[in-house]
Design a protein around this ligand. Sequence first.
Ligand code: UDX
Ligand code: ADP
Length: 457
Amino acid sequence: MFKKNILCIGAGYVGGPTMAVIARHCPEYQVVVVDINHDRIMRWNSDNLPIFEPGLDEIVSAVRGRNLFFRTDVDEQIDGADIIFVSVNTPTKTFGLGAGKAADLQFWEITARQILKNSSKPKIVVEKSTLPVRTAAAIGRILDSNEKKIHFEIVSNPEFLAEGSAIRDLETPDRVLIGARETDSGQAALKEVVDIYKHWVPEEKILTSSVWSSELSKLVANAFLAQRVSSINSISALCEKTNADIEEVAKAVGMDSRIGPKFLKAGLGFGGSCFKKDILNLTYIAENYGLSEVARYWEQVLEINSYQQRRFVDIIIKQMFNTIVGKKIAIFGFAFKADTGDTRESPAINVCRGLLDEKAQLAIHDPKALDGAAKDLEEYAGQFILESDPYSAASKAHAIVIATDWSQFVSLDYARIFETMEKPAFIFDGRNLLDHRKLYQIGFSVHRIGRPPLSKL
Ligand code: UDX
Ligand code: ADP
């Protein structure tokens, strides 16, 4: 018999790793993860997990079948649970009111109604997915609308994990944030959730707040991170005009302890499932409350992000003699960042589309994200190939574009690659990843972000 039963609805990027870590540290709790997606659950129960995350395989194989279970019978699992984490997807709405900005809450609402329908006793419902501020109130109204008079307490516990470092972020978080109502039942629920994390997180890192502050903090943390990336990228454009070097500027600025060195790496802009969605959410909320200046301020973070990608494509075309029609270009990296197979909102998508619209022929190589690339570019089928070998991708290409900061790209044999390419051979390093001087010595014409080009042309 387990001391407590935890259920997580939604076995995605957030739900899967989070529950695996909870199960590992809380052996006396049963942790069940359910999803309507049968394939996903089948993979969680196999050796081929549905997401790639360093360290995840080891944890799952240690606890799966002990106190961690992956299942598809969502309805049946609900009533046995004391605490239900909800980590279903909340994409940006693509239709109707708030299309392109507001969060689409249909999956959340369906889940709330499922919980209500299948419950016969009180439960704590924890918001794990990123949600617009005040969602808890709306969800609370659905759950409270029951004739069974069951009490549901809603707690907000946003996830701050980043892909590629999810396990580290879960094991040693900067902070865990838990928001609950001020009422006695709210505070009792808060304690229950705090007790889970206390198994491995030092108490001073567990922050408690109101539900609204917790919901808003999640959006704001992501907006601030994205804002830093856009800030440095906006300056990279200025560096290119003035011959200043963005790496030097970022270092000088980041050494001010009030600013700090992280998230100041110029590149092709941010991707991933959170930043854009959360800023759209923030601007939508601001607009709804009549704060249009606030909304415009944050929209600009997104505008600079798209601008950075458009700018990069323009540089490639211009440097390659204003035409790339029929030219083979090797794309190194398609994931939105290194160490993940995720391509959601990847800058590589816009860069590739820009090049494909100019009728280039792309050979795309990525260690983990080729399936995603095929889907994201399906309307261009026939204009690109997927290559599992970087050397084949670059063979006979006119240019290499570095679109993701995979560390393995640094140690490739670029002298060998150079030999097999058309001349002049270009490298456009969208992540300022490679050793540019060395590449220049080999014979490449090297273009980078926010730094003077190294080119004989
Ligand atoms: C982010 C947040 O970090 C995490 O706390 C939140 O829970 C979810 O969103 P994630 O999207 O996984 O995590 O990736 P992150 O490491 O934050 O990077 C986001 C994007 O910004 C990537 O495309 C990355 O390449 C880019 N980036 C990051 C830069 O271009 N420069 C930087 O200096 C840092
Ligand atoms: P995140 O990055 O927030 O974890 P994902 O899209 O990776 O988002 O995962 C969300 C998961 O939630 C998906 O696997 C989806 O099938 C699942 N899901 C959505 N609605 C429901 C539901 N009503 N019941 C169970 N699972 C659901």
